[in-house]
Design a binder for this molecule. Sequence first.
Ligand code: SF4
Length: 392
Amino acid sequence: MTALARGWCPSLHEPMRSGDGWLSRIKPYAACLGAEQARIIAREAARHGNGAIDLTQRGNLQPRGFSGASAVAFANAMVAAGLAHPDPAVERNRNLLAPPLLGHDPDIAPGTAELVEALPAAMAEWPALPGKFGLLVDGGGRLPLAGEGADIMLRHTGAWVELRLGGGDAMAHCAPAEAVAAATALARHFTTLAPARRMRQAVAAQGAQAILAACGLEAAPDLTPRPAPPIAVGLLPGQVLGVAAPFGQLRAEQLAALAGLAEQQGDGTLRLTPWRTLLLPGVEDAAPAAALGLILAPEDPRLRIASCTGAPGCASAFIDTRAAAARVAAAGLPGLLHLSGCAKGCAHPGPAPATLVGGPDGYAIIRDGRAGDRPAAAGLTLEQALAVLQRP
Ligand code: SF4
């Protein structure tokens, strides 16, 4: 068991202590859960934990509220359900963001599924990597991952695989059959680049072209713009229902009900996305999910608020972010608003047009910056902070 520490990333076998107990993490293989697996997660999360399940920006599920002993029982149940590797070291390294509609979206490049399937076995043999170090495999299609970041990014075009590095401005490409070996070479090389904990730090020190070249990859400048995230809520093209949970947290009973919906009306799967939504391929009726209290309208103001767990769930929090988020959503402010229980900024590591941060003396406001940046105003009540943000 591991106490809360900066930079720590929980995994199933290495849960993290938080304000509401230990929290765990499930990393669905290929961003996909079968309905029965989702039901098992819901049942065991309610049985062993407090039944709250976060949807993370890495397409993972983060059940909360375990005791030390119940976290172990939960982990055993997840391994038995085929949702995790039994070896803690393998499970810790297995950070792979995959296209959420693999097998359903015909526009995803051919060969992408095979690459996603082959990588976990290779990653199991990689040396230990920092807990947050991860890969991304994109194959285009209706919900591309091209706007997402990772330490190593692979984009399958069908003819070849493009390779990019987190924070980098260069790109290499290889034959699809060589992609796993190329990613392996990059991950192994990264472990020689201490003290970097993330690839972007190594890139800042060495340059992306040099790192790619050190792995035998010929790099060229990468001028590809990063697209905005796609809309992944509501009735989506290709017969897919996208659902979001208010402020990114599901209840176990909602997950179990969605599993039933996927089975009765869809293809029997639930897909995880980095946009903190669940996708149900084949489901075209939004009413049952709406009746569960889930979000199905892309314009719902709650989707414009990036809120972390906050108090009481997080021991570092100065404010109850979810209660505050409901009030902020009702205020109808335009644009993205990041609401953070402390300066760490877990819910939105990048800059946001407006950020409200909890501190020992109340709320601070940061404009066009990150939660840890210098505030424009501090020591405010929530109502005072909203009044400032509402000024033209
Ligand atoms: S940002 Fe939020 S979740 Fe992260 S440590 Fe601070 S209070 Fe906790």
